[in-house]
Design a protein around this ligand. Structure first.
Ligand code: M6R
Length: 301
């Protein structure tokens, strides 16, 4: 993997002993996926911090830390302040930014531009999918400097090349999803559940529902549901579950069983041809199968 804006020697990239990702909102959600990927594949310790919290804390950051600031606009005040705080403490700052020439891009030590084009609406959509793609490429770069084999790297890259066609397939579900939206348009509350790389997808789904439809929604790691939110689950609380066939599929399946036992209606995002979750769910949205770490891209679309 080669990035145009990453003017840094391999030795320097390999020398960081920790990465702190800082961002807000949707960019924070993609950062969370970045954490899962970087730790799983590149074996680098990663923390993901809300920029608004990081800037007012006393974070353990030093010159061996890479602070990764993620922002679509490159102008979010909290993210900018967090990266400046990281710099002040001696960290190297890398920007993952869409808007060319923005303040975060200019103040970063080095960076990656998303080149996703302008986000016209308030809701960040293509920025999210582009952020996850860029984070995947950055993970491959970091992993190749450490332990990952060239074959594993190629497998992930191959899966990435399939994404445009797979996204087209998901977009063909537009009419069916519109019908689903009509069915649930008067619902006041939704719960979104997911595990692993799709826990951030659940957070992102809930954020988008709030932001676009003004409907209250919460995202949770699916297993965390039983530690409180389960009290709210009944026939009036539809539950959106991301249950793609990845390493935590069987775990999510048992979470769906728990939700159904409470008589909630389940809308599940599954992989093509799924029958186990589909048997329990009231509605399914079928998306193509991809690499575990890339599933959030298709589920979020
Ligand atoms: O431009 P940024 O990525 O820094 O913006 C961060 C958040 O304000 C942004 O992602 C917000 O959550 C979106 N409107 C969500 O769709």
């Amino acid at each position: 993997v080669k990035f145009g804006g990453l003017n840094m020697e391999d030795e320097q990239l390999a020398s960081f002993n920790r990465i702190v990702i800082t961002a807000c909102g949707t960019s924070w959600h993609s950062g969370l996926i970045g954490e899962y990927m970087l730790e799983e594949i590149a074996r680098v310790p990663v923390d993901v911090e809300y920029a608004s919290e990081f800037r007012y804390r006393n974070p353990c950051v030093d010159e061996k830390t890479l602070v990764l600031a993620i922002s679509q606009s490159g102008e979010t005040a909290d993210t900018l302040a967090a990266m400046r705080e990281g710099k002040r403490r001696g960290a190297t700052v890398m920007g993952l930014v869409n808007a060319v020439g923005s303040t975060i891009a200019r103040e970063s030590d080095f960076g990656i531009y998303l080149h996703a084009g302008p986000e016209i609406g308030v809701a960040s959509t293509k920025a999210f999918t582009s952020q996850v793609c860029a984070l995947t490429l950055f993970t491959i770069l970091m992993a190749r400097l450490r332990t990952m084999s060239i074959l594993q790297g190629r497998e992930i890259l191959h899966a990435m090349t399939q994404l445009p066609d797979q996204i087209e397939q998901v977009l063909e579900l537009n009419d069916a999803i519109r019908e689903l939206a009509r069915t649930y348009k008067d619902t006041a509350n939704f719960l979104y559940l997911g595990r692993g790389a799709n826990f951030p997808s659940a957070l992102e789904g809930a954020l988008k529902l709030k932001e676009i439809s003004y409907i209250h929604a919460e995202g949770y790691p699916a297993a965390e549901m039983k530690h409180g939110p389960i009290a709210l689950i009944d026939q009036n609380m539809p539950v959106v579950v991301v249950a793609t066939r990845d390493s935590v599929y069987s775990k999510v399946l048992s979470n769906v069983e728990e939700v159904k036992a409470r008589r909630a209606r389940v809308l599940a995002t599954v992989n093509d041809g799924d029958s186990d979750v589909a048997r329990l769910a009231d509605h399914v949205i079928e998306v193509p199968e991809t690499d575990d770490m890339l599933t959030p891209i298709l589920s979020v679309v």
